[in-house]
Design a protein around this ligand. Structure first.
Ligand SMILES: *[C@@H]1O[C@H](CO)[C@@H](O)[C@H](O)[C@H]1NC(C)=O
Ligand SMILES: *[C@@H]1O[C@H](CO)[C@@H](O)[C@H](O)[C@H]1NC(C)=O
Ligand SMILES: *[C@@H]1O[C@H](CO)[C@@H](O)[C@H](O)[C@H]1NC(C)=O
Ligand SMILES: *[C@@H]1O[C@H](CO)[C@@H](O)[C@H](O)[C@H]1NC(C)=O
Ligand SMILES: *[C@@H]1O[C@H](CO)[C@@H](O)[C@H](O)[C@H]1NC(C)=O
Length: 452
């Protein structure tokens, strides 16, 4: 179970899709040119410009329908709730459902707070207060599309779709229902409004790659991004001071002036789930699933992180922890020499974070972990899983599809699983999963490579 899965094939597939998309673009382009050339000859007096314009708008409408999303038909979903990452998954699931129905997703409400039992405390927050709306649509253009309620001409034309529930409501039945609502007469309704369960609880029908594509289009608004920048530069500044003071020590003999810091100073981030609520949850999960590798104690995390092969020290370790642990000094002691732990309180940024609601604080922490040179998380945490997925995408873009036994630029690890040399297990997201199951609920079967 502890042996890292061995990846033999590193060829990047998905070429079928690419070349198909490519062909479509080329065909559309040729059609455009042909029409542009032909139209003026058909309407040689007066109306040429006008016809061309109308034609293009007709073409884009039909393209939108055939290759992408109808811009005049919408899907509306219930408010999206719970933690940042459950909300991201729920949002992506809603987008992919809308895509399946060839509809534009009406920009949903997220939730700023974590209360999920008392609905009145859910504090709805508009999607575009957290993520850039226009950027989303431009990055995801042709794949999924977000619309605004002001795009609706007539809201009374909505069809309410109640998703089934209970054990007999299988994924197959759920998909059948969606298929049915992609046909007439439902197809003609301007809006299909799904009522009932929040999208995180819907059945999943979409592959990991599709989710990854939606996540890639989620870019934080500047206000939040700036806060994350501040945290990251504070961590790097502290790191620079630490490295400098070590280099200045007499036995080292290196003049700091000889080693200017051209590169940003690296840091490590660890998503430490050791708060009481999690410990209770993970112990139950271990019993239920008969897996003993879910819960890691503080000591186990510190020990495994001390054994990460090739980690250059001294290095600052950013501890992404629950607020309840910020006043527990024991998380700052017991680290191997050279690993210098900081959390938001010790960084002097607790007050900065406190200004923001829960969702935004989480989004900042997410960004800090995402940008870390080394990330260490728990493979049963959705937060850790989404960070590793994001980092895996980053590596894939650089052409790296395996971190098994080799040094990669942005390695990620799972501390709850024992890896080589008593360190944490190297971790990349297996991109060939047919659903988000492993990522939403966790797994101890993680790989150090992207499956071909
Ligand atoms: C655009 O499409 C509509 C409906 O499909 C059609 O009635 C109209 O004649 C089209 N306009 C042009 C210029 O092709
Ligand atoms: C939705 O779009 C797909 C292609 O993206 C197409 O095959 C399908 O026929 C469309 N369905 C409807 C109901 O328009
Ligand atoms: C809105 O939709 C309803 C039902 O489809 C229809 O009866 C009504 O005339 C529409 N109103 C407008 C202003 O289009
Ligand atoms: C749990 O796992 C252990 C060994 O991994 C096995 O011996 C035991 O039968 C399992 N228990 C259940 C209820 O599956
Ligand atoms: C990745 O996932 C696929 C589908 O679930 C599975 O067949 C494959 O063995 C996995 N690869 C690795 C390296 O874990």
């Amino acid at each position: 179970m502890d042996v890292p899965p061995y990846c033999k094939h590193f060829k990047v597939h998905g070429c079928h899709l690419n070349s198909f998309a490519c062909k479509c673009v080329v065909l559309a382009f040729i059609a455009l040119i042909l029409r542009a050339v032909l139209l003026p000859t058909f309407h040689s007096f007066g109306g040429a410009e006008q016809s061309k314009l109308v034609f293009i708008s007709n073409l884009s409408l039909s393209l939108g329908h055939k290759f992408g999303i109808r811009k005049d038909k919408f899907l509306e979903v219930p408010q999206i709730v719970w933690g940042l990452n459950n909300q991201k998954i729920a949002f992506a699931r809603a987008c992919l459902t809308a895509k399946f129905l060839n509809r534009t997703l009406l920009m949903p409400s997220l939730s700023a707070s974590l209360f999920y039992k008392e609905v009145e405390l859910l504090e709805p927050i508009s999607f575009d207060k957290v993520f850039q709306f226009k950027k989303f649509n431009s990055l995801c253009n042709g794949f999924v599309q977000l619309g605004e309620f002001s795009d609706l001409r007539n809201q009374t034309g909505a069809f309410e779709l109640q998703k089934g529930s209970g054990r007999r409501w299988t994924p197959e039945r759920d998909l059948d229902q969606l298929k049915q609502h992609n046909e007439d007469p439902y197809n003609e309704f301007d809006v299909i409004r799904i009522i009932g369960k929040n999208p995180f609880l819907w059945h999943d029908h979409w592959p990991v790659k599709d989710y990854a594509k939606v996540f890639e289009c989620l870019v934080l608004v500047d206000e939040i991004m700036n806060e994350a920048d501040k945290v990251v530069s504070r961590i790097r500044d502290i790191g620079a001071t630490q490295v400098r003071s070590q280099n200045e020590s007499p036995q080292n003999g290196i003049n700091p002036a000889e080693k200017p810091f051209l590169q940003p100073v690296p840091y490590v981030a660890v998503h430490m789930r050791i708060e009481i609520d999690w410990m209770i949850h993970c112990k139950k999960l271990e019993q239920r699933s008969n897996i003993t590798q879910i819960c890691s104690s503080k000591e186990e995390i510190m020990e495994r992180m001390g054994n990460i092969a090739g980690l250059k020290t001294p290095v600052v370790v950013y501890l992404a922890v629950a607020d309840s642990l910020l006043h527990d000094p024991s998380i700052l002691s017991g680290w191997k020499e050279g690993l210098i732990p900081y959390e938001k309180k010790k960084l002097g940024l607790e007050g900065t974070y406190k200004k923001f609601p829960y969702l935004i604080q989480s989004a900042i922490d997410y960004e800090v972990c995402l940008r870390a040179d080394v990330f260490v998380g728990n493979s049963f945490s959705t937060f850790s899983n989404l960070i590793v997925l994001d980092r895996t995408q980053k590596l894939i873009r650089m052409g790296v599809t395996s971190s098994c036994g080799v040094d990669v630029r942005w390695p990620s690890y799972a501390y709850n699983i024992l890896g080589e040399a008593k360190g944490p297990q190297r971790w990349m997201t297996n991109m060939s999963g047919s659903s988000l199951q492993a990522i939403s609920y966790g797994s101890n079967d993680i790989s150090c490579c992207v499956d071909p």
